[in-house]
Design a protein around this ligand. Structure first.
Ligand SMILES: Cc1cc2nc3c(=O)[nH]c(=O)nc-3n(C[C@H](O)[C@H](O)[C@H](O)COP(=O)(O)OP(=O)(O)OC[C@H]3O[C@@H](n4cnc5c(N)ncnc54)[C@H](O)[C@@H]3O)c2cc1C
Length: 579
């Protein structure tokens, strides 16, 4: 069963919910005409189904292999990457100044969803590269930009993000890698772990963005700087020179994403170039992380879509049990409980997609709107939603992939069907780029607490404006639940009580934000006269299901956030240890 990009839903979300028409009016995005975007979606969908999907299962079985300091990716990956570069897929959202295609993030998001759904392991290489490009575009010196950006955007050189060390995971204040000045560059030493695509054979050079400390740097996060460390040094004429002292010492054996190499990197006086200013590395890294966090959220959407498609195909074919009314043996899709699972998969996937695309469109406004106030408002919304897109879509992506296994019965638990791979692959998404706990603390502390809940309340006011629709009642209850929690968070004097409910609050935000989009979708679908009536009717029915089965959880989550902290902290340390 090969991956088919859900083009109908993607187009509906792009045009009706995310407002592609308005995005295309922003300065610099005039090329995003309906015809161009349609052609891009069609081509990307073919590339995903015909090139990436066929090497997904084999890539999982074979895995990337480390030998003698280098990594070989599974069969077919190199060829697929060449096609990715030739297709110009990596260049979509970047500035034409550096060879990019200057298309909106919104359009690139739909393409990214397809690449990820068809082959998550493959898509991680471009994902990290794009984050590195963003960091260099925004903080790199002109010299660094000239030397590296063109090649990265074209895809000939890839990028990595080197934050994690054995003692520094969620807490990057503990980073110990060193950077000593040596003339016009620095010498970087130390070990990094878990580096995605830290080494591979897909491209001729790899550019590592590395967090390290200069000798006189202050302790903690204020003493971290960002360096660009190439695998091969680059000569003034842009040709490749000596091998730098940045080596891959091994790769991890892990639960999923087997084709994506997760490297232990050793830096031994490797030549590195400062990105931006000393001691501001973490702020720059946040630029990469925000872009990467959004993309990881999108991984949740993508893997959920893929799991849904496979489960649906299986449910149509698997004959088991009798129809409750007619008494004949039927495909399992006829059983109410199987339909319930499929609807949970479908409705949540559509809700997550809509929220992610709307966030991407707002990101475009935050960068390109000619109006200062609109740019600021858009940025505030994006900042609020990034942890939600990341945390909620990945947690839900795992849930959906797990339902996919359940729909398959025993065939889901064995590896043959591929359903198990999606669950294994999805499992990392709530861990890397900041665990769900870290996203939730960001949401509660920085995004709600710091501005006294203003951005969240402004967003809730927008949600209240959605025209009457099939889930109006549940949405109103959900909005009230978020509003109560925001008041609780802003008014709380006890950070432990606030943070004890941070993840349930993130989930509440996710299901209400998803409900907001499903409500808009239902209202729009209801207003359509003619066209694809079957699609519009399905949209309304799916929104109703989402209201009754997902959004309905809102009041319970509100109670958990507001009253649940006592239970979280109830046991003493001794009671925990005694257990
Ligand atoms: C396959 C894979 C690929 C990766 N790719 C990269 C990469 O390319 N580059 C890179 O730099 N890193 C990468 N990572 C590392 C990843 O980002 C970290 O694993 C992640 O940030 C979590 O850090 P940790 O593993 O040290 O867990 P820890 O920080 O030890 O966390 C353990 C648990 O404690 C919780 N926790 C920690 N601190 C707090 C707190 N203050 N409050 C509440 N709860 C807390 C966490 O939520 C988690 O549940 C990758 C990891 C994996 C497994």
């Amino acid at each position: 069963m090969s991956y088919q990009a859900p083009l109908k839903d993607m187009r509906f979300v792009l045009n009706e919910l995310a407002g592609l028409g308005e995005v295309a009016k922003l300065p610099g995005y005039q090329d995003a005409t309906p015809d161009t975007v349609d052609a891009i979606l069609e081509e990307a969908s073919k590339f995903a189904s015909e090139v990436l999907d066929p090497i997904n299962l084999s890539g999982d079985r074979e895995g990337s292999v480390w030998k003698d300091g280098g990594v070989t990716t599974p069969k077919g990956f190199k060829q697929a990457y060449r096609q990715y570069v030739e297709g110009g897929w990596g260049a979509l959202p970047f500035s034409p100044e550096w060879g990019g295609q200057g298309l909106p993030k919104l359009v690139a998001t739909a393409v990214e969803e397809m690449l990820t759904a068809s082959n998550m392991s493959f898509s991680l290489c471009p994902l990290l590269t794009q984050g590195a490009i963003h960091a260099l575009e925004l903080c790199g010196s002109e010299a660094l930009q000239k030397t590296f950006l063109g090649k990265m955007i074209e895809g000939s050189w890839t990028g990595t993000m080197n934050l994690t060390e054995p003692q520094a995971g969620s807490d990057l204040s503990l980073v110990r890698a060193k950077a000593e000045r040596s003339g016009d560059h620095y010498l970087i030493s130390g070990q990094k772990i878990f580096i995605t695509y830290g080494d591979h054979d897909l491209a001729e050079n790899i550019l590592h963005l590395v967090l390290a400390r200069t000798p006189e740097a202050p302790e903690g996060v204020k003493g971290i700087s960002l360096f660009l460390v190439p695998k091969f040094l680059v000569k003034p004429d842009s040709s490749l020179g000596e091998r730098n002292g940045a080596k891959c010492a091994s790769i991890e054996h892990k639960l999923g994403i087997h084709a994506s190499p997760t490297a232990v990197m050793v830096f031994d006086k490797a030549v590195g170039y400062l990105v931006g200013e000393e001691n501001k590395g973490l702020a720059y890294m946040f630029i990469m992380m925000n872009s990467a966090r959004f993309s990881v959220g999108l991984e949740g959407v993508a893997i959920a879509e893929r799991a849904f498609q496979r489960a649906l195909a299986y449910a149509k074919e698997r004959l088991q049990g009798k129809d409750l009314v007619e008494g004949k043996t039927v495909p399992i899709i006829r059983h109410p409980d199987v339909r319930r699972m499929l609807m949970l998969m479908k409705s949540q996937t559509e809700a997550m997609r809509a929220l992610a695309y709307v966030t991407a469109a707002t990101l475009d406004f935050s960068h390109k709107s000619p109006n200062d106030e609109a740019r600021k408002r858009s940025q505030a919304f994006v900042d609020l939603m990034i942890p939600v897109v990341k945390g909620w879509s990945t947690e839900t992506g795992i849930e959906v992939a797990s339902l996919g296994v359940q729909v398959h019965g025993g065939m889901g638990f064995v590896e043959e069907t591929g359903a198990a791979q999606y669950l294994r692959d999805a499992r990392i998404t709530t861990i890397y780029e900041g665990t769900t706990g870290i996203q939730a603390m960001d949401l509660v502390g920085r995004k709600i607490g710091r501005d006294g809940g203003r951005t969240a309340k402004a967003w809730l006011a927008e949600v209240r404006k959605v025209p009457e629709n099939v889930l109006s009642a549940q949405l109103a209850v959900g909005v009230q639940a978020v509003s109560d929690c925001v008041d609780f968070i802003v008014g709380s004097k006890d950070p432990r009580a606030t943070f004890a409910g941070a993840v349930p609050f993130l989930k509440l935000m996710g299901i209400v934000a998803g409900g907001w989009q499903m409500a808009r979708a239902a209202a729009i679908a209801k207003g359509k006269k003619g066209g694809d009536t079957s699609f519009f009717e399905a949209k309304i029915a799916t929104a109703r299901f989402y209201g009754d089965h997902v959004l309905v959880q809102a009041p319970g989550l509100r109670d958990t956030v507001v009253k649940g902290s006592a239970g979280v902290m109830a046991l003493t340390d001794e009671q925990f240890l005694a257990a």
